[in-house]
Design a binder for this molecule. Structure first.
Ligand SMILES: C[S@@+](CC[C@H](N)C(=O)[O-])C[C@H]1O[C@@H](n2cnc3c(N)ncnc32)[C@H](O)[C@@H]1O
Length: 213
């Protein structure tokens, strides 16, 4: 059952500065995700560096950017216009709501979750996006062989993610199990704001690639 708390989100929706930009992109809504296409979902896309990089790589693939932070989406919208990318769709809000309202079963080919909010305090762990509930939900929307790409610089969140991967091992294969493969390599993976922050803070991001069985 869907109620007002189902799609509750924590953290910022808008920046502190008054922004004079108009948010015309908000009118861009997903009509329906065409399951015959190669659809990539970028969850919590922040300022959009990842969405842009992925969309530029192959313009025949659709990238759906899902983010609640309006200033970040505004920045993504401007970059997409500048680069003349028309394979990007934007959804402002909670990814759970987007999936429930717009995704059809077996429609997603790739999912990216880069540096999800770590919620480091124990009392806030339940706010974390990635858990067994998330995997159980998203698996029905993934095509066979679809990948989920996750990166984090939070030791506690990484442990939590690894425990969860173990819980869902009947449905997902952990592809990159060797040390050299799980290091976040900036040559191929997007250099997002939070990736750069991690490096500034001397942290080593961890990258996980899963494949739906
Ligand atoms: C720490 S930031 C990382 C942003 C970006 N991926 C990066 O690497 O710079 C996490 C982002 O996820 C967004 N977010 C968190 N939970 C979300 C949800 N359930 N649905 C959509 N976006 C979400 C937040 O608004 C925030 O911008």
């Amino acid at each position: 059952m869907i109620n007002n708390t189902t799609y509750r989100l924590y953290g910022r929706t808008k920046g502190r500065k008054k922004n004079k930009d108009n948010y015309s992109f908000l009118k861009i809504k997903l009509i329906n995700i065409d399951h015959t296409k190669y659809n990539i979902l970028d969850i919590g896309s922040g300022f959009g560096e990842s969405t842009i990089k992925i969309a530029k790589k192959d313009k025949n693939k659709i990238v759906i950017s899902c983010e609640k932070y309006i200033d970040g989406l505004n920045s993504l919208f401007k970059k997409a216009q500048r680069e003349q990318l028309d394979n990007i769709y934007i959804y402002q809000g909670n990814v759970h709501q987007m999936i429930d309202e717009y995704c059809s079963k077996n429609s997603l080919s790739e999912v990216w979750i880069l540096y999800p909010d770590p919620w480091p305090k124990k009392k806030h762990f339940k706010r974390r996006l990635i858990d067994k509930y998330f995997f159980d939900k998203i698996k029905t929307y993934l095509k066979y062989g679809a990948t989920i790409n996750i990166a984090s610089d939070s030791k506690s969140y990484i442990s939590h993610i690894l425990r969860t991967i173990y819980e869902v091992k009947a449905d997902f294969l952990w592809v990159n199990q060797s040390k050299s493969e799980w290091e976040y390599d900036s040559e191929i993976l997007p250099e997002t704001k939070y990736y750069k922050k991690a490096l500034e803070n001397g942290l080593k991001p961890f990258y996980v690639k899963l494949k739906k069985l």
